[in-house]
Design a binder for this molecule. Sequence first.
Ligand SMILES: NC(=O)c1ccc[n+]([C@@H]2O[C@H](COP(=O)([O-])OP(=O)(O)OC[C@H]3O[C@@H](n4cnc5c(N)ncnc54)[C@H](OP(=O)(O)O)[C@@H]3O)[C@@H](O)[C@H]2O)c1
Length: 235
Amino acid sequence: MTQSILVIGGSSRIGQAIAQQCGSFGAQVSVISRQPAPLETGWFWYQDALQSDDSSQACIEQALAQQPDTIVICNGVLHDADAMPEKTIRQLDSTQLAQRLHSNVVIPAQYLRHLFRYLTRTPQVKVLVLSAKVGSITDNQLGGWYSYRMSKAALNMLVKNLSLEVRRLNPSACIVAVHPGTTDTPLSEPFQSNLPQGQLQTAEQTAQRLLKVRDGLTPAVSGALLHWDGSVLPF
Ligand SMILES: NC(=O)c1ccc[n+]([C@@H]2O[C@H](COP(=O)([O-])OP(=O)(O)OC[C@H]3O[C@@H](n4cnc5c(N)ncnc54)[C@H](OP(=O)(O)O)[C@@H]3O)[C@@H](O)[C@H]2O)c1
């Protein structure tokens, strides 16, 4: 069980549920988010409104004072006020694609770069980067959602690459990408009506599942893309 957790992208519905559950077990909770701190959480909260290289470095440095044994990166955007995911390549817009790559890959990569030194020096540290099954190239039978799928596939490569680099210096670390399962959050909200019965989880259920995955992580799976039940998904 985690004693100290850092949740990055901590305004995420799933991230909030993870923070709440860890807090209720007595773990120390630190959050980095673009959003300002809500009132009275009892968590360490570092607002990174700019998400610049300097601001993210400063937030990471402050958050590492709590010596997290677990780090969860939640940043991910599927749709926003300007665009829904593409059904066909004819809807692909290069500005939107660049924005999805930025929020889904560049931002996690920036935080992970600033975490690198800590990851190489902290025994048994665990990092869960929230990805998506739709980012698996092997699993893709449906097509569509170009920008989101491409950005999550790239995120999976980031995790794999980093796991290899960290392993050389700290073989006890474990860094994984995880598919949280379809969860009732603003991200999935427009796509919930056609889901098979029972597929939609609450953020609390997903947080429980992810913390169970966290507890079962070993260095042997470092670099993998995991399903919410802890099984390995194909890249
Ligand atoms: N919900 C699902 O069904 C589902 C399924 C598969 C995968 N996922 C993945 O799970 C993770 C958490 O998603 P959620 O469902 O909890 O979504 P959510 O509640 O909509 O949270 C959105 C997250 O993305 C960050 N974000 C939003 N706009 C951003 C931007 N422009 N640049 C950088 N970061 C930005 C937010 O960080 P701030 O705290 O800084 O605002 C927050 O962490 C995401 O990576 C998502 O892809 C979710």
